[in-house]
Design a protein around this ligand. Structure first.
Ligand code: NAP
Ligand code: MG
Length: 497
């Protein structure tokens, strides 16, 4: 398939790119890095360079921290209503510019435009949600058991916070942290993934336009994340790190956080099982399984990894999913007919190919494999539906992070849960059954932070997002998300009897 970029699309692409600042946001405006260095941002659909952005060094990062530290007191003292109003205004600006921002996101990340639009709506919603939470958190007062003391608690911002985000949701993984941090009164430094810094920079410009004071938010794209993040984490002015990304890097940052005893929130990898029971509504389960697998090109931490299907409905479920796979169109995210875009980069696409080869060598069979553009220069991978996948295949054991759907059958419940709960991960699971008791029992047995029951999509600003085990700790969104950026101070007030 070839997609020609029409003159109209080309004009919209250059407009979208021109709206994304390419500097570092430190202080009141975007500026070059101190070294003058830049790095390229590429379009995964073509492999071509889109633009270059300033490349922050550890020295730039420390300047951002100095700014965050200096701004902390005034920002914490800013009336909560005012902090909320800025977030609300930014939410509105994002929605007004949704089409432009979605195109920018698709250009740097690859997913279909409708998915970028969905992320922008979801991402903006965290700013609206936390604009409302900004005026709702508080402490409490009580009388001690002995009656001679009043116990008063107040909630204070933890202080300058480093927010490190991944490439797969370039905006929403940022707003899910920025919203609560700013609402709580923390100043922040955001380090976006080098593969996708443009959406974050565009968001930064919007927050400044919405009235965020200079110094409260810094954004430091960098091609050298490890030393840049390390320089911040070893500085005592930093008080918190919130990270979304791989378990491997998360563990490293947890270790690094010890030196300055930082507050830590970790949203790490997943390996979500999607379980189809014998009594499931199979057409519904198949349709939701497609969403759980292919949303965001399959590059989501909550993506269903393996479809675990009861043997009694295996043939029916497989046929229904295969029929939907056979309809998929792979192409550039900005082409209207595309359902699955390019993978983020060639290294990731090659990794997916290795997973399929490993499964085939162990006896798996391909039920459906969609053609993908050839000789485009893009990092495409053909969506692949596999059956007869043995349980020791890498595609079962590891987080896939792409459009490969392995189907594994099960018959014995205990055996199934032994297998699933042996995973180091514990982020999400999906469950399809029409039996309410079974749904409850299965959900309680699953060692995960989130369970979708007869639903293939979990994300919701009003719900607590997060995992257990090696999927991390802390929760984002909901009423609890702001707590990650607050610490409780207790005042013991003398009240003699
Ligand atoms: P990653 O390689 O761990 O990178 C995440 C972020 O950390 C990026 O900004 C990256 O910057 C930075 N980074 C990488 N190495 C670092 C180091 N040594 N020190 C400091 N920072 C470092 O993850 P990814 O490949 O971007 O994202 C995919 C992973 O994220 C998957 O495992 C997925 O499950 C997970 N994820 C989890 C959630 C959740 O909420 N639980 C949500 C989305 C994604 P550079 O890339 O520029 O080096
Ligand atoms: Mg990585």
């Amino acid at each position: 398939m070839t997609t020609t970029v029409t003159p109209d699309l080309a004009a919209r692409i250059s407009a979208a790119l021109s709206h994304a600042p390419t500097g570092l946001l430190i202080g009141e405006s975007f500026r070059p890095s101190s070294s003058g260095k830049e790095f390229d941002v590429n379009d995964p659909a073509t492999g071509q360079r889109l633009t270059s952005v300033a490349d922050a060094s550890p020295a730039d990062a420390l300047e951002a921290l100095e700014t965050a530290h200096r701004s902390q007191k005034a920002w914490a003292a800013t009336p909560p209503r005012h902090r909320g109003d800025i977030l609300r205004r930014a939410y509105e600006l994002i929605l007004e510019r949704k089409a432009d921002l979605a195109l920018l996101m698709t250009l740097e990340m690859g997913k279909p435009l409708v998915e970028s639009e969905a992320e922008i709506t979801y991402g903006a919603d965290f700013l609206r949600w936390f604009s409302e939470e900004a005026v709702r958190f508080g402490g409490r007062a009580s009388t001690s058991p002995t009656g001679d003391t009043r116990i008063v608690t107040v909630q204070e911002p933890v202080g300058p916070s480093l927010l490190v985000t991944p490439w797969n949701f370039p905006l929403a993984m940022g707003t899910r942290k920025i919203g609560p941090a700013l609402a709580a009164g923390c100043t922040v430094i955001v380090k976006p993934a080098a593969l996708t810094p443009l959406s974050m920079n565009a968001l930064g410009a919007i927050l400044i336009e919405a009235g965020l004071p200079a110094g409260v938010l810094s954004i430091i794209p960098t091609s050298s994340s490890s030393p840049t993040v390390a320089s911040l984490m070893s500085d005592r002015r930093l008080r918190k790190i919130s990270f979304t990304g791989s378990t491997e890097v998360g563990k490293q940052l947890i270790r690094q956080s010890a030196d300055q005893v930082l507050r830590v929130s970790m949203e790490l990898g997943g390996n979500a099982p999607l379980i189809v029971c014998s009594d499931a509504d199979v057409p519904h389960a198949a349709a939701e399984a497609m969403k759980a697998k292919l949303r965001n090109n399959g590059e989501a931490c909550t993506a269903a990894n393996v479809f675990w299907v009861h043997e009694s409905v295996l043939a029916e479920f497989t046929a229904q999913v295969a029929a939907q796979f056979d309809e998929l169109t792979v192409g550039p995210g900005y082409a209207a007919e595309t359902n699955v875009g390019p993978i983020i980069d060639q290294r990731s696409a090659d990794g997916l190919q290795e997973l399929v080869e490993d499964a085939l060598q162990r006896g798996a069979k391909i039920v459906s494999q969609r053609p993908s553009p050839e000789n485009s220069g893009g990092s495409y991978f053909p969506p692949t539906l596999l059956t007869d996948v043995p349980r020791d295949a890498r595609v079962v054991q590891e987080e896939i992070f792409g459009p490969i759907a392995p189907i594994v059958s099960w018959s014995d419940e205990d055996d199934l849960f032994n297998q699933l709960n042996a995973s180091e991960y514990g982020l999400a699971a999906y469950l399809f059954t029409d039996d309410l008791t079974r749904a409850r029992v299965f959900a309680e047995r699953l060692e995960v932070g989130m369970v979708g029951i007869n639903r293939g999509v979990l994300s919701n600003v009003a719900a607590p997002f997060g995992g257990i085990k090696h999927s991390g700790y802390g929760r984002e969104g909901a009423d609890v998300g702001i707590n990650e950026y607050l610490s409780t101070k207790y005042l013991s007030v003398d009240a003699p009897l």
